[in-house]
Design a protein around this ligand. Structure first.
Ligand SMILES: Nc1ncnc2c1ncn2[C@@H]1O[C@H](COP(=O)(O)OP(=O)(O)OP(=O)(O)O)[C@@H](O)[C@H]1O
Length: 213
């Protein structure tokens, strides 16, 4: 089980982004996390996956000190999360030995591996990023707005592939999204990030409709 206890995060300007988050994610469990833009969901994801240090609170799970990290993040913008100068073979090899069966499962033709990132569409490149994540054999995955920029057909295809894989391999999945119908469709429960956020003094944030509050 992945356990997050009393996690808080304060920005360099001393604004507390989120405060006292505690949650658990079991292997095989699928949880949604929603909340308005700018509240700190991506920052929270980066702390859990080790890209940012935990300033206070605790993150516990089996093999947390191992490399690769047992909790892997799939980012919103695939084109920003790969080295544009690397062929996709090198992008994948960074995560582990390339597994042809996995590439087949994700509908990734082997010939794509000789291409550069800009030679794939957004949806195709996101499948490469998902493959890179899965090649690390994660116990938990955080999917941060991973299909927001894709058309509905590419979105449906990606979610079908991920759901099949995580269910078969009992991976815990935290889906961060503004898309409530998607979360209701895929998740056993949905958490509202707003509960972890203290109101800013003298500042405003966007709500889900993009309206300043
Ligand atoms: N290192 C930093 N220095 C200053 N501000 C930061 C830093 N990191 C994040 N922020 C700010 O913290 C806020 C939360 O950002 P974050 O990306 O975590 O929010 P989010 O809830 O994921 O938003 P979205 O739903 O739009 O992706 C933003 O206003 C962002 O500009």
């Amino acid at each position: 089980m992945l356990e997050v206890a009393n996690l808080s995060y304060t920005l360099p300007n001393q604004t507390t982004l989120f405060d006292d988050i505690s949650l658990t994610l079991d292997e095989g469990e699928i949880i949604g996390l929603s909340g308005a833009s700018g509240l700190g969901k991506t920052t929270f994801a980066k702390v859990i996956t080790g890209y940012l240090p935990a300033q206070s609170g605790e993150i516990n799970c089996k093999s947390l000190k191992n490399k690769p990290h047992p909790v892997q993040l799939i980012w919103q913008h695939p084109e920003q999360s790969v080295n544009p100068k690397w062929r996709l073979q090198k992008v994948l090899e960074e995560a582990g030995d390339i597994n042809k069966h996995l590439l087949n499962q994700l509908n990734i033709p082997f010939e794509w591996l000789q291409r550069y990132p800009h030679q794939l569409s957004g949806g195709q490149l996101q499948r490469i990023c998902i493959a890179r994540c899965l090649l690390t054999n994660p116990s938990y995955i955080i999917a941060d707005e991973i299909t927001t920029m894709l058309d509905p057909i590419a979105q449906a295809e990606i979610w079908q592939l991920i759901m099949e894989y995580v269910q078969k391999n009992k991976i815990g999945l935290l889906i961060i999204s503004h898309d409530h119908p998607l979360l209701e469709n895929l998740c056993e429960k949905i958490l509202d990030f707003t509960q972890f956020v203290k109101p800013f003094e003298g500042l405003s944030r966007n709500n889900d409709e993009g309206v300043r509050t």
